[in-house]
Ligand binder design. Sequence first.
Ligand SMILES: C[S@@+](CC[C@H](N)C(=O)[O-])C[C@H]1O[C@@H](n2cnc3c(N)ncnc32)[C@H](O)[C@@H]1O
Length: 215
Amino acid sequence: MKILPGIRPKTWWEDFWKDPICGYGDPGQTLPRFASEFYTDLIKPNYQPKAVDIGSGDGRYAVALAQIGYKTDALELTDSGVDRILKLAQQKNVQVKAEQGDFTKLWNTEKNYDVVISAGLVEEIDPISHENIIQGYKNWTRVGGYILLKYCLEIAGRGKLIERGLIPKLFTNEKWKLIFWEEGTEMHPSRAKYTTENGTDSAVMTGTLVAQRLS
Ligand SMILES: C[S@@+](CC[C@H](N)C(=O)[O-])C[C@H]1O[C@@H](n2cnc3c(N)ncnc32)[C@H](O)[C@@H]1O
């Protein structure tokens, strides 16, 4: 895998998910823990809460949400990623509806998911579109629903990718309740399962945000 320093084109991600070695390991526990907590409030007789994982990759978070009980969709830029999502869902014996799509083109549509989860997408998008991506997550969340985000402020060899404090700032208004938010100040080893010769992608500085749409 040739490691590119900047924003990675679709062809790079296609090759990435075609290679079975490539991936990010098991999902972190923080977002699934929140999703699990919310599920107990969201589930109603004859109603199965709906979730979407945006920039789903191999579907590790989509599958985690389906395992909790959510009716889960996954949106992923690449066909090879979609194949991996369907394969992982089958292995874990859950249903995930995976679709190929580009969120930079879909962000301005309206959907009504109970939970929108997205891990590792914002930093892969040109900074000029970061606010659109966050607005897109909001557009896809119903009133009363939740957004769960994991992002990298910085990745080794790729520099600073997201402006510190930008994402939480976009949730500090009367329409949103910030439930959990933290941005790290130090690099830590990444969960990436591939190795690089020059250390690129080996360490990350991450942020996590969980918010509820109030109106
Ligand atoms: C760092 S990976 C994270 C994958 C997954 N969420 C995870 O946590 O393992 C970023 C993913 O975003 C996808 N992606 C990049 N740009 C995208 C876009 N414009 N729309 C949808 N997905 C995109 C890539 O193909 C890749 O699968």
